[in-house]
Design a protein around this ligand. Structure first.
Ligand SMILES: Cc1cc2nc3c(=O)[nH]c(=O)nc-3n(C[C@H](O)[C@H](O)[C@H](O)COP(=O)(O)O)c2cc1C
Length: 384
């Protein structure tokens, strides 16, 4: 398997699967590029992990994982980061034999909407058939641990990232300001700051769940206070790096920035965000159709993205599939535990991936600056 790391200077590598063999199975993340001297605690990381934890509430998978994290590397005796890679581990605690048996029974049959078919083609008899392996939603717990560290570093610079449910099965949240969204988005299970819309969304999800089916939706993510000029102009545009980060999450099927696909029906005059000078002498834009980007760099406005989240592939309705050992069509009954919608948990993963991409972009901008103004500290070292 390749591609288990993300980022250039703030680099996150994850390992682990949904149902690894044995009692010590779990997921881990190694984070390179953590500055020395940070007082980052397990409690801080745990608070982020609890946002995506299964087994809480009616909209989540009943899998009872505690998602308890342990920092096993990178913190010195004084309780602060030493500049060494930070290592965090989260053990699986609810990998029951009854579910393993169920996965074993259906291991040769593709699960529609899941990654089982390409896994079968790539890894053949060695494919991880239990609980979707590295393609499981469980993989994202390690991303959220890595994202928590990125968020911690960004928060110290006043940069905040929130992701919330914007739309679900035809029900839309009203337009709201950042502060209002921040105040309300965690007041319900669906993470929608428009509390009336949230009730309707939840009602709709339960109605669909009753039929054995699942629901999709749209998550909006906002990064507030990102300084202008972050990003590189060609392949490593900040917008492209964020898209890479967020689209690597399973079940994400589309992304748009700012006005997004609406620009296809706008004139240049309507679309262009006009700059102006604030009373404090700062350059800002009157509108934010560009979603906080110009030429792929941040422009100082809020970075706004929306992602389409597909309905949970595991459903209770019987589906037709193919048995790979017989190459015959077969009926597939529902398998194990599932989320009626991914919206209640995936927002935390979107926040995390966006945080990693933005912090990595800021590190890159600082590295370019260091290249062009070769730092005095390093030149002085010659004199020692
Ligand atoms: C946080 C999270 C939780 C998920 N939980 C489930 C689940 O309970 N059941 C399920 O069938 N898929 C779940 N998924 C979705 C699958 O992982 C994903 O749809 C599958 O790997 C196929 O990838 P694709 O949808 O990108 O094609 C979850 C994804 C995420 C990010």
């Amino acid at each position: 398997m390749l591609g288990d790391s993300f980022g250039r200077l703030f680099r996150v590598t994850t390992c682990g699967e949904s149902y690894g063999k044995g009692k010590g199975s779990g997921l881990a993340v190694i984070i390179d590029g953590v500055p020395a001297g940070l007082k980052i605690t397990e409690e801080y990381i745990q608070n982020e992990l609890d946002k995506r934890k299964p087994g809480v509430g009616k909209l989540n998978s009943p899998r009872l994982e505690t998602d308890k994290c342990t920092i096993f590397a990178g913190i010195g005796q004084d309780g602060v980061t030493t500049g060494a890679p930070l290592g965090i581990i989260i053990y699986n605690v609810d990998t029951q034999d009854i579910h393993i048996q169920q996965y074993r029974e259906y291991k040769d049959i593709f699960r529609p909407g899941h990654a089982t078919y390409p896994f079968f083609l790539k890894y053949g008899q060695y494919q991880d058939w239990c609980g979707a392996g590295r393609s499981s939603g469980r993989e994202t717990v390690a991303r959220v641990a890595g994202g928590a560290v990125a968020k911690f570093i960004l928060e110290q610079r006043g940069i905040e990232i929130i992701a919330y449910t914007k739309e679900c099965m035809g029900i839309k949240a009203k337009e709201m300001r950042f502060e209002e969204i921040k105040k309300n988005y965690r007041k319900n299970e669906i993470n929608c700051p428009d509390l009336q819309a949230a009730d309707k969304m939840e009602e709709k999800i339960f109605e669909i769940k009753e039929k054995g089916d699942s629901s999709g939706g749209i998550i909006e993510a906002i990064a507030h206070n990102v300084p202008p000029g972050i990003g590189e102009p060609v392949f490593d545009k900040l917008s492209a790096t964020i898209a890479h980060a967020v689209c690597s999450i399973g079940a994400i099927k589309g992304i748009e920035f700012g006005a997004g696909f609406k620009v296809g029906n706008m004139t240049g005059f309507e679309d262009n965000d006009s700059p102006y000078i604030t009373k404090e002498g700062k350059i800002r834009f009157k509108t934010n159709n560009a979603g906080g980007f110009l030429g792929g760099f941040s422009n100082g406005e809020d970075i706004i993205i929306r992602v389409a989240v597909k309905p949970t592939p595991t459903i209770s309705i019987q589906q037709t599939s193919i048995n790979m050992s017989t190459i015959k069509e077969e009926k597939l009954s529902p398998i194990t535990r599932r989320d009626p919608t991914l919206l209640a948990r995936i927002y935390a993963v979107v926040e995390s991936m966006m945080a990693m991409a933005i912090l990595d972009g800021i590190y890159m901008a600082a590295a370019y600056d260091a290249m062009t103004n070769l730092d005095e500290k390093w030149m002085k070292l010659k004199e020692l």
